[in-house]
Structures are given as structure tokens and as C-alpha cells.
Ligand binder design. Structure first.
Ligand SMILES: [Zn+2]
Ligand SMILES: [Zn+2]
Length: 295
């Protein structure tokens, strides 16, 4: 499992390094680091045995079919809620009500995660209204819990070694939200926005529409830091954030924290009315809730 789930200390060190490198992102790091670390702790704690054989077709485990253990999802939701409050203490009153409700009815977590992973957004709103809970915080929590449960199952799938050219995650079928350039040849890996696994992808092709012609992709970066950029497709106007980790001593699976300090690049391309690759109409409910946008 160690090759798929990064060591929590490795993530802590990287977060510390990012704090020093870019103090301007300190607020975002403080807000979301506890959640990121809690998630990794839970993935270690609840790791499943690796399955020996892959299924015959992609995605190997469509997110709608992710198995959801009622006990683990309820436990994880409470632990993740603690971590959310640790980073975003302004939510502590709203969190207390949610916590009290989830202690009374722990089975609701599984139900709401199931609805979320099936693309049903009304179940959650109805539940929040019925029990007078903050719909925004509950949604954020259910998104986090669902992604954790999905990651837990997907982490048990064997690694796909060949070059997978689909722009959707071969493990769970979701869109990527971070592109990583690594290795001596500058290979590209895409990080899944939902399950966190990564796969190889053509360096010169658009991650959304697949167009692979010279000069179709344009890079937006801040002067002096070409390693971090937004890559925009001139054909479909979708973009993905990308970071070149060749100067850093980190493994691809431990590079998730790097996405936390790229928010200023979102702002740069959104002036061009560009659309992030991870958001599409059918996935609107999967996009990060407003509470996650601190920058
Ligand atoms: Zn995935
Ligand atoms: Zn495109």
C-alpha cells in the first residue's frame, strides 16, 4: 500500500516547505492542511487489501459503484469534520449541529455519500433543511467523505502501467484536476479530482478535448516561476493546473499539496473565461464547494 498512499510525514514536510516557499499561500495551507492530513491518516487506517487482478474495462471502478461501508463512512465523516473545523474554525457552531445529528443517525452518512456519488444533489439539501443543518458545510463534508470512501476502494485496485490515453480517470472515471510533469523525459501524469490516483497522459494533448496539434496548448504562469502554470486549450477553452516536480524530491502520489498553492493561476486564466477541466455540467455537483475557495 505504501506506494499508493503517501506517508503522512512526507506530506507534512512538503506542506512545511510550501509554507516557507510561498508565505502568501499560508492562509490556504492553514485552512486545508488538517483535512488533507486527516484524509491520508484515514486512508492508512482503513486501507483495504490490494486486489490481485484488474477488471477488463475502464474505469475499473466507476465512482457510482463505489462500495460504501456504513460504519467506516460514519467514522470517517466525524474525523473529517474535526479536521475541517481545525482548519476553518469559523464553522465550529455549524459543525456541532452536524456532529450531533450524525451521532444520532450515523447511517445517514452512507446514504448521503451514495446520493452524492450518483450525482443526486437534492437528497443532501433535503436532509440539511429537515434537520436544520448548514447545507454548505454538510455538502463539503459529504464531498470529502465520499472522495475518501472512493479513494479507499480505488487504492485497492492494481496499478495501470500502460499509457492510458483517456482524459478520464481509468480507476474511477472522473476528471483530473492536476497535471504533474516528472522524470528525466518530462512525462505527464494526471491526478484524479475524486479518487486521487494518477495516470500517464500525452504531454502535448488537451486534457479535456484531446486535440494534439502544435501550439494548441498555451501556458500561463507568473514571471519567475515557470514550473507552476495553467495550461489552456485554444480549441475548447478548458484548462488544467500543472506543476513540474523535477526540481523537487517528491513522489507523484505525494504531490497533491502542490495543488493547494496554485489558486492564483486559476484567477489568471479565468480572466479568459476558461473552464477548469474538472468541471463539466454533469459534474457540477462534484465541483469544490464555495467553502473550499479561500483564495
Ligand atoms: Zn479517479
Ligand atoms: Zn481542448
Amino acid at each position: 500500500m505504501s506506494s499508493i498512499i503517501p506517508d503522512v510525514r512526507v506530506l507534512e514536510n512538503l506542506l512545511e516547505q510550501l509554507r516557507k516557499e510561498s508565505p502568501e499561500h499560508g492562509l490556504v495551507l492553514d485552512a486545508f492542511a488538517p483535512l488533507l492530513l486527516q484524509r491520508e491518516n484515514l486512508l492508512h487506517e482503513h486501507a483495504l487489501k490490494r486486489k490481485p487482478k484488474a477488471a477488463a474495462e475502464y474505469p475499473l471502478l466507476p465512482r457510482r459503484e463505489a462500495p460504501l461501508c456504513a460504519k467506516v463512512s460514519a467514522q470517517a465523516a466525524l474525523a473529517l469534520l474535526d479536521a475541517i473545523v481545525a482548519g476553518l474554525p469559523a464553522n465550529s457552531d455549524a459543525a456541532k449541529s452536524i456532529m450531533a445529528q450524525l451521532h444520532k443517525a450515523p447511517g445517514a452518512v452512507r446514504r448521503l455519500c451514495k446520493a452524492f456519488l450518483s450525482g443526486d444533489s437534492t437528497a443532501l439539501e433535503t436532509y440539511a433543511a429537515k434537520h436544520q443543518l448548514s447545507a454548505e458545510l454538510l455538502k463539503f463534508l459529504i464531498v470529502q467523505t465520499s472522495q475518501f470512501m472512493l479513494a479507499r476502494s480505488v487504492n485497492a485496485l492494481p496499478e495501470i502501467l500502460e499509457k492510458h490515453t483517456s482524459n478520464l480517470c481509468p480507476y474511477c472515471g472522473s476528471r483530473p484536476d492536476l497535471s504533474i510533469i516528472h522524470g528525466s523525459g518530462g512525462e505527464r501524469r494526471l491526478l484524479c479530482s475524486q479518487c486521487g490516483r494518477h495516470w500517464r497522459y500525452t504531454r502535448t494533448a488537451c486534457v479535456f478535448c484531446g486535440v494534439d496539434t502544435p501550439e494548441n496548448l498555451r501556458q500561463y504562469y507568473v514571471e519567475g516561476n515557470k514550473e507552476d502554470r495553467a495550461v489552456l486549450c485554444a480549441t475548447c477553452n478548458h484548462y488544467i493546473l500543472e506543476t513540474d516536480i523535477r526540481k523537487r524530491d517528491i513522489a507523484i502520489q505525494a504531490s497533491r499539496p502542490l495543488g493547494m498553492v496554485l489558486g492564483h493561476l486559476d484567477a489568471l486564466v479565468q480572466e479568459e473565461d476558461a473552464i477548469p477541466v474538472s468541471v463539466e455540467p454533469e459534474d457540477a455537483f462534484f465541483s469544490p464547494p464555495a467553502i473550499a475557495r479561500v483564495q
